[in-house]
Design a protein around this ligand. Structure first.
Ligand code: ARG
Length: 466
């Protein structure tokens, strides 16, 4: 016998085959290199399956005990790095089962009674994603908590607010940070919603049609912490909606992080100079000694591309797939795993970095001053004195043009200078032309006034502690 023929004999599905798998095809079709990371969930699923088979009388108490001891041993071999992963055993499922049989003998071969790798892999994936999702959600919470601390410190810090990246109206830095908080809050709740559809159990669907054994799926679901078993065996083995939903939620998380990143990159530039990132989150240039580059935000911004790509990969993978399981689905893992890894890395970097952001109050204030950001306040002032808004807009536009010509902010014009544009302007105009006056005047739910920011932070803390 050649080595290949021996391998074929050892394939758990080798019975009807008369020639060995082509060596290239074997490697080409194998998934063990990437699905071995499911080993813990694969073993947990097998444990529950064995306990269920014992409960319904398909396995004896002794057989079930042997299987569980054996699986524990497999787990510790994997964890201590002693386990011999074999590509010829194709995937994590057959590697684990085959080693179990080596350890406990013939009883190991009974584990696969009433199940298939098709329901097995769908179950493993859901268990795995459920755990990872919880960790990602916890990282979002950590980042949100950091944002709240920073927003609290900066609740009254003035900066320019932008539309079209042109100075629009003054806002508080705390308010800007709380906008980021809100985006993350939606991300968190999207994950929780997705989790509900992850947490249903396909095990028992077997290959596609169910099984002839008197299985108790409610029991296995309880053992594995699933909310309930899935309702249709064909759908159970083919459904990957939960992975797509997770990747869609992941794409939005990355979209948000990329937007934060873009602002951090702009704000750390010499031209803006609004904030500083600590040196430990930046790198230098090998040629330009003066450089301190915001690499972490840039890299996070860049990584958004791969996560968006993975979402499209999974959607395309599932498009037009007939029921039920198809080998195509083996391709779900790498995009999903890379999405998980990327999200964890980016969120961790942000959660570590955000509390260490230092705001340059003077530069932010000057920038707000430079852009005629209180022009709307002057228009609103005129409206309060009886001028129709469109006329007020025209008056202030002329005052701004005069300010540009004479190189002065509106608050730096004299009362006489302002009165050239409208006689209704009086001494009290200077109260509203200050940056502080402008932000404090926007004192309603969702507005930028420092006390509204503090109220929003208080509310947010309740959400995080609840
Ligand atoms: N490695 C496979 C996957 O990842 C496991 C299921 C294989 N099932 C089968 N009948 N070939 O999807």
């Amino acid at each position: 016998m050649t080595k290949n023929q021996q391998d074929t004999k050892h394939k758990p599905w080798g019975g009807r085959f008369s020639e060995a798998t082509d060596a290239f095809v074997e490697a080409f079709t194998a998934s063990v290199e990437f699905d071995k990371r499911l080993y813990k969930q694969d073993i947990a699923g097998s444990m529950a399956h064995a306990q269920m088979l014992e409960k319904v009388g398909v396995l004896t108490k002794e057989e079930s005990r042997q299987i569980q001891d054996g699986l524990n041993q497999v787990a510790s071999e994997i964890e201590s790095g002693q386990f011999n992963w074999s590509v010829s055993l194709e995937d994590v499922h057959m590697n684990v089962e085959s080693r179990l049989t080596e350890i406990i003998g013939a009883t190991g071969k009974k584990l696969h009674t009433g199940r298939s790798r098709n329901d097995q892999v769908a179950t493993d994936l859901r268990l795995y994603l459920r755990e990872e999702l919880d960790q990602i959600a916890a990282e979002i919470r950590r980042l949100q908590a950091g944002l709240l601390d920073l927003a609290e410190r900066e609740a009254a810090t003035i900066m320019p607010g932008f539309t079209h990246l042109q100075t629009a109206q003054p806002v508080t830095f705390g308010h800007h940070l709380m906008a980021w908080f809100e985006m993350l809050e939606r991300d968190f709740s999207r994950l929780q919603d997705c989790r509900k559809r992850i947490n249903v159990m396909p095990l028992g669907a077997a290959a596609l049609a169910g099984t002839t054994y008197p299985i108790d799926r409610e029991y296995s679901a309880t053992l594995l912490g699933f909310d309930k078993p899935t309702a249709n065996s064909l759908d159970s083995v083919s459904d990957r909606d939960f992975a797509i939903e997770f990747c869609a939620a992941g794409s939005l998380i990355m979209t948000h992080l990329s937007r934060f990143s873009e602002e951090l990159v702009l704000w750390t530039s010499a031209q803006f100079g609004f904030i500083q990132l600590p040196d430990r989150f930046c790198t230098g240039s090998s040629i330009m000694p003066q450089k301190k580059n915001p690499d972490v935000p840039e890299l996070v911004r860049g990584k958004t591309g791969r996560v968006n790509g993975h979402l499209i990969s999974l959607l395309t993978l599932m498009k037009a797939q007939p029921l039920a399981y198809n080998k195509d689905n083996q391709e779900d893992k790498e995009p999903l795993f890379d999405t998980i890894d990327t999200l964890k890395g980016c969120l961790r970097a942000y959660a570590d970095m955000v509390p260490a952001i230092v705001a340059n109050h003077e530069q932010m204030r000057e920038a707000a001053m430079r852009g005629y950001s209180t022009a709307t306040d002057l228009a609103d002032y005129a409206v309060r004195k009886g001028v129709p808004f469109r006329d007020a807009h025209e008056i202030v536009g002329k005052a701004v043009a005069f300010g540009i010509e004479t190189n002065k902010d509106l608050s730096e014009l004299s009362l006489e200078e302002l009165q050239q544009f409208s006689a209704i302007i009086e001494q009290d105009v200077f109260d509203i032309l200050t940056l502080e006056g402008s932000v404090s005047a926007r004192d309603h739910l969702g507005g930028t006034a420092p006390n509204q920011v503090r109220a929003a932070i208080k509310q947010a803390r309740q959400i995080l502690n609840g």
